[in-house]
Design a protein around this ligand. Structure first.
Ligand code: UDP
Length: 261
């Protein structure tokens, strides 16, 4: 499958449909090539600008999907239409495929009661699903090594890490060194939603790309994170889009004059 990517503030984002992203990931499972999926949003980009290691992880990821509306808007300003691909939707569709195709899944993250409820709810919904491992997302560094060793032994086809960004990205990066054949997705607060602890935004907000407004309304503590990153991100994205459009027009004009001469 030919892959198209576009940069947002220096980070390549896949220009891909939801269905093609799933097809790609199923193929990566089937062929045991593995992948790290980053569900990128303005907060992750702003963190990566300050943290070289995170920046490298994003640049080395096999699939970077436009999770945040801010990313979708940044691409739109460049004239590129990209559907939003929320990590939670991608993960649930992948679980659906694992259930149908008999691939194993490991779930790591969230508080103990949340992960237990998540596993129960998923097992109720997907009767054939092989959840080969699960545990909460609160562990020490030595325990983390133990978990990674264990994962390397049981080799899940898919690992969903819900530790919040960027913690989950660092965890996945460590896992990939021991177990590169798995497909990993950092799914943030998805387990809280699957456990029924946090309500997903109603369809209206999701369709309008305003899920973040609803989440902020429900969890006002998010406001600080958004306030700290979004205005700066949007400002830089506007500058980048203006430069990009200028460059594209100039190239178009040069191409036309080359054809004429
Ligand atoms: N979490 C965890 N371990 C930690 C810190 C956080 O498992 O050391 C979990 C937390 O319980 C929550 C999720 O990570 O379920 C973070 O959710 P949040 O909505 O903040 O993530 P986002 O989607 O914004 O990245």
């Amino acid at each position: 499958m030919e892959r198209k990517k576009e940069k947002v503030l220096g980070y390549e984002v896949d220009i891909i449909s939801f269905d093609d992203a799933i097809r790609y990931l199923v193929d990566m499972i089937k062929t045991k090539q593995g992948a790290h999926v980053i569900t990128i949003n303005p907060e992750i980009i702003e963190s990566a600008k300050k943290e070289e290691k995170l920046s490298e992880i994003i640049k080395n990821a096999q699939l970077v999907v436009a999770d945040g509306s801010g990313i979708q808007l940044a691409l739109k300003m460049k004239g590129i239409n990209q559907e939003r691909i929320p990590g939670i939707d991608l993960a649930i569709e992948l679980i659906n495929h694992c259930n149908m195709l008999n691939y194993s899944v490991a779930l790591i993250g969230a508080k103990e009661e949340v992960i237990k409820k998540t596993v129960k709810n998923i097992e109720d919904e997907y009767e054939n699903l092989n959840i080969c491992y699960y545990r909460n997302g609160y562990f020490t560094l030595p325990k983390e090594e133990e978990i990674i060793e264990h994962l390397a032994e049981i080799k899940p086809d898919v690992v969903l890490a819900a530790l919040g960004a960027p913690k989950q990205e660092f965890f996945i990066n460590k896992c990939r060194k021991k177990l590169p054949e798995s497909v990993y997705i950092g799914v943030g607060g998805s387990f809280d939603v699957w456990a029924g602890e946090v309500e997903r935004a109603p369809e209206f907000f999701r369709i309008m790309g305003c899920e973040w407004i609803y989440r902020t309304y429900k969890q006002p503590q998010r406001l600080k994170r958004i306030y700290k990153t979004l205005p700066l991100f949007m400002f830089k994205a506007i500058i980048e889009a203006v430069k990009y459009r200028y460059y594209m027009r100039k190239r178009g004009a040069n191409d036309k004059s080359a054809v004429r001469s």
